[in-house]
Design a binder for this molecule. Sequence first.
Ligand code: PAF
Length: 276
Amino acid sequence: MKVIHTLAELRQALDGERHTAFVPTMGNLHDGHLSLIELARQRGGPVVASIFVNRLQFAPHEDFDTYPRTLERDCELLAPAGCDIVFAPSERELYPEPQGYKVHPPSELADILEGHFRPGFFTGVCTVVLKLFHCVQPRTAVFGKKDYQQLMVTRRMVDQLALPIEIVGGETGRAADGLALSSRNGYLSAAERAEAVQLSAALRRIEAAVSAGRRDWPALESEAMNALAARGWKPDYVAIRRRRDLGAPADGEPLVVLAAARLGTTRLIDNLELPG
Ligand code: PAF
């Protein structure tokens, strides 16, 4: 496995390659990321993972400075997982000058849910993802469903800009108790880690209620928010939406429930596709 830090070296390594499968990450990898690498590996071409903590998608009060940077350990995990190239550019390499050209995704997709609570987040994500796509020129790119809205916003960007890239969504990796794997789980104290499972448990209760025939979406959402708040969480949202565009639920359309909530100082997100 090659570890490459510059765009020039990356272009040289991938010269003429048309079947690259790409997994963009911010590093601090866990089994969830490795399952995305496995999906990329199954495409048959070279697998490139990027590791880049993208300043553009962090608000000033967020954890850009403290976000764990663990390149050596990440590479130790990526090599046996079947990654061929790790692209780990410095900030100066990817943003040699302030990034004035940006991708502003449409408000109805990007200013709701995560975008409402993290203004500008999806502009930062789309800008770096498009730039990484230009660097890697992949045939396929794999994103985790854990960041469901990010997957949807990226897919739409690729469609609308007619990029010749197939976007693949990988299932969310979970710990044995159901907690969605996330680099930010490392911020949790032991007590918070034990409590953290309540977020996925709240989504499971909604799934069970929907399976039992409930369709009173606002009530289901507020029950879950109240249950979390009663345990000391600060929920941003629990929202039942159409999978297709995260719009309001409509009869007969596949649905997903998405949630974001703060436990202590750590903000966790999760989602679950609901039964039809
Ligand atoms: O999901 C992530 O890790 C990031 O948002 C991504 C897609 C690598 C862009 O920085």
